[in-house]
Design a protein around this ligand. Structure first.
Ligand SMILES: Nc1nc2c(ncn2[C@@H]2O[C@H](COP(=O)(O)OP(=O)(O)O)[C@@H](O)[C@H]2O)c(=O)[nH]1
Ligand SMILES: [Mg+2]
Length: 382
């Protein structure tokens, strides 16, 4: 019959160019449902900054309004991890009203990634914070005693990630910070001191303004105390248990970002009229509402604004991915040592021998270099 002949020809014409290799068999019949590959472009999406993550819910600050909103992740993101410090695109109800939920549809490329290493309770390395450009390594002068090895490892992790390390020594009311200064003498790293009767809030504010700064350190060293001194409105729980976002739930993987702002004449006036009476140097902007300096493309990081991120006690950083030669980023003045250092087994490196041919002012730095390399090599647990 004409119609069937015709259809035969059509079919042959259609399929002649195909063979078995063009057949794509999907393993699961359930996954075989036709699905549109097209995703909505989300032209209406707003830029936002992730300030906290808690059980599949994300606390965001919307860039254009400064509004704090809660959001879930869109299914299309699949398993993509979203962490504090991430810049995301969000759609949906962004009023911040009770019970409303935005939807994160995109995670913008990260400028930096800070990883913590696998530990007893977690066998994989995880991203702690994204997009940070300053790492404030917090150690206590006492209670607990400063872990110098931890400082070294943090410095390496920071430099490897392209983040500037700064050391803050807390509790100097209890003991002198001298051992830490001595330890870091060979390095060009800023060291802040903080004590119960004189917290380093101004210095920490200076570090954070115009940046995304992260407080990192062992539990109990005073990170949250420092954050509260800079951002009183954060009211971060302090003490031996790290409570997150005021809910009193102990989480070993949560961080919290707080907006910091420069002390301006305006801010001082606003603060003095504030019943809460936060006379500190920074203010949390989440509740500050619309702010003219927020901008759609930059989530309010400029000379007058920044972020300070508190993290739970981190025991160690994964340095497994760090190459020994990258350690030299921290020691550009010792570049002449690269050939000999990279060709000598780390266990056989002798700092005195290496320093012998160099000017006296570099000797301490050679010792620091060798120490950091040994740390990297031994990968001790702290
Ligand atoms: N003496 C003294 N104690 C401090 C200082 N800073 C923090 N602390 C105390 O150290 C304990 C741990 O502080 P916290 O901020 O919770 O540490 P975190 O675990 O690093 O966040 C708290 O009891 C604080 O009151 C300080 O400068 N001097
Ligand atoms: Mg804390």
């Amino acid at each position: 019959m004409a119609w069937s002949d015709q259809s035969d020809v059509d079919e042959r014409g259609l399929w002649d160019d195909y063979d078995e290799s063009d057949v794509r068999v999907r393993p699961s019949p359930k996954a075989n449902r036709p699905r549109s590959k097209r995703r909505p472009a989300h032209h209406d999406a707003q830029q936002a900054f992730v300030i906290a993550v808690d059980r599949g819910r994300y606390q965001l600050e919307v860039a254009s309004t400064g509004q704090a909103v809660t959001a879930a992740r869109a299914r299309e993101l699949r398993r993509k991890q979203i962490v504090v410090g991430d810049r995301v695109a969000v759609v949906g109800d962004l009023s911040g009203d009770d019970g409303t939920l935005g939807r994160i549809v995109r995670v913008e490329p990260r400028t930096t990634v800070l990883r913590r290493s696998a530990d007893d309770i977690d066998s994989v390395e995880r991203v702690v914070v994204a997009n940070a450009d300053r790492l404030i390594i917090v150690v206590a002068a006492a209670q607990p005693d400063p872990s110098l090895g931890f400082i070294d490892r943090c410095i390496v992790a920071a430099l490897d990630a392209g983040i500037i390390p700064i050391v803050a020594v807390t509790k100097t009311d209890l003991a002198s910070a001298a051992p830490v200064h001595e330890h870091l003498a060979g390095l060009d790293i800023e060291v802040l001191e903080s004590r119960a009767d004189r917290f380093a809030s101004d210095a920490v504010l200076d570090v954070a303004l115009g940046h995304i700064a992260v407080l990192i350190g062992h539990s109990g060293v005073g990170k949250s105390t420092l954050l509260n001194a800079v951002v009183p409105a954060a009211d971060r729980a302090t003490g031996h248990v790290n409570a997150v976002t005021g809910r009193g739930r102990h989480t070993s993987s949560s961080a919290l970002a707080c907006r910091v702002e420069a002390i301006s004449a305006d801010a001082a006036v606003a603060d003095s009229g504030d019943a809460a009476g936060s006379s500190g140097s920074g203010r949390e902007g989440g509740s500050a509402g619309a702010n003219a300096s927020h901008d759609d493309n930059h989530v309010a990081v400029d000379a007058q604004h920044g972020w300070l991120i508190d993290t739970p006690g981190v025991r160690s950083f994964g340095l497994g991915h760090v190459q020994a030669d990258r350690v030299f980023q921290a020691f550009p003045d010792l570049e002449s040592l690269v050939p000999i250092v990279t060709q000598t087994p780390i266990g056989q490196l002798d700092a005195d021998e290496l320093a012998a041919g160099l000017p006296a002012e570099l000797h301490q730095r050679v010792h620091s270099l060798v120490r950091v390399l040994r740390n990297l090599h031994d990968r001790p647990k702290y």
